[in-house]
Design a protein around this ligand. Sequence first.
Ligand SMILES: C[S@@+](CC[C@H](N)C(=O)[O-])C[C@H]1O[C@@H](n2cnc3c(N)ncnc32)[C@H](O)[C@@H]1O
Length: 362
Amino acid sequence: MRHRFESICPYFAMFPASFAERWINICTKPGQLVADPFSGRGTAPLQSLLMDRRAVAGDINPVAFVLTGAKVDSPARSSIVRRIKGLAEEFEEDRYVRDAAALPKFFRRAFHHTTLRQILYLRSVLDWRMSRVDRFVAALALGSLHGETGSYFSNRMPRTISTKPMYSLGFWEARNLWPEKRDVFSILRQRTAFRFESQPPKLKGAAYLCDARQFGFAASDSRRKVDCVITSPPYLDVTNFEEDQWLRLWFLGGREVPTRGVHSCDDRHRRPADYWSFICDAWRGLRPLLADKCHFICRLGGKKMSVDSAKTAFQSSMQFLASKWQLVDFEISQIRRRQTDAFRPGSIGCKFELDFHFVLEQ
Ligand SMILES: C[S@@+](CC[C@H](N)C(=O)[O-])C[C@H]1O[C@@H](n2cnc3c(N)ncnc32)[C@H](O)[C@@H]1O
């Protein structure tokens, strides 16, 4: 059975847990430290902890930070249950009437008015940056915010990406869909019970909300050096993580419209030259954390790249990560239709993924 924490919330361009599991088995021993500076939904760090390795992770996107943080530093189930109970007891619907009315029309068609007021309340009180209990509750809320069925807060929406306001309004209008009343506290209680059907990892890891280019600085309090990196940077010109998750970002305090470059800086690079320069800078940022000898596993892909050009550019980026490096394994996988949908339904142009395994020496 897949660990119940894995799918707390969907996330684009994630790699499967089996990918992380395979490389953790090949490259590490229990107790060693695995790092992922582009952690997304936290697949590699969660898998590392489940296999008794240590984990340190970073991502620039607050949604990724909340999901990764919830998984690698989960509080006790009883604390979460208590917090949800307290939140439900303290909720005063009247206090959010005005805020709900001031939101753009999208929100009033996306959520029943009572549900929307509950969401606004959670949005204002959850301290997901500082409190691990609140971060876990926020992660559950992010995974419940929008979806297709009655176990989500919203009117019918995909659960993967947050569709844009105009598109969503047109979709609901054309089908005469109105939001049903959903009690967010009951849904959060049910989801807590479901997630904790798996034992949380025994070890705790660390997650940082940071640009990969500053990861070494952000995680500098880590006492161990990194024995293995398992990561997957944004692919070349494939998706805007921030725009695709605009509603989840709004829940975490962001703007009430889709944005680009507000939270995530330059998370989509369109020109190969910019992309490879970004990758080199990210490796520079990671390098201070690495042990003298370390494994480096990276999956990447993108539009506008051939296998040969990507392989050459990637190998050349290694100079920013180590003094010596050796390519031990290189695999190419063709992306089939269903996998491209993991980026964005209908996404085209990213035809293959490349998996690199290097051994690095400082
Ligand atoms: C391919 S996804 C990683 C998915 C992850 N392996 C998983 O299984 O969920 C790339 C991630 O890089 C993040 N990202 C983009 N630009 C970044 C930057 N400058 N610093 C740190 N993270 C960044 C995106 O937010 C996204 O979560």
